[in-house]
Ligand binder design. Sequence first.
Ligand SMILES: [Zn+2]
Length: 138
Amino acid sequence: MAEVPNFPRPVPDFDAQEFWDGCNRDELLMQRCADCSRFRWLPRPMCPYCNSLRHEWITMSGKGTVYSWTIITHPVHPAAVEKVPYNVTQVQLDEDPTLVMVTNLVNVQNDDIRMGMPVQVVFEEHEPGVKLAKFQPA
Ligand SMILES: [Zn+2]
C-alpha cells in the first residue's frame, strides 16, 4: 500500500540514525550492549541495565509475534483520513522478549490479526529514500 505523500516521516536522531539506515537497506537492526550483551529498544546512548556507553548494532532475523494491537478508526492527522481504519501493532521480536516494536501489520485484514500471530518484517517505502519496518504474517 502506497503511503500518502504528506504522512509524517520519521526524523532520525543521533542514536537512531543507524536503525533507519538499516531499514533503507532492508535490514532490521537493534542495539546490543557491548558490555552486558543485552538488547535494547528504543536506541539510546546508555545501556539501561549496566550504564555502559558502548554498543553494537546487530542484524535481527525480522521474526516476531504479535504482542498487542489496536485499530485506529479516527484519523489523528489529515494524512490519515484515507488510511483509516488501520492497525497499530506491537511486535515482540523472537531474539529477545524485551524488544517490542510499535509498527503496522500489512498484507493482513485487521479482523484477522491475533495475539501471538507469527510475523516477519517487511520494509515499505514511505517516500523516496525512507523505508519503514512493518510486519506481515509469516
Ligand atoms: Zn549493558
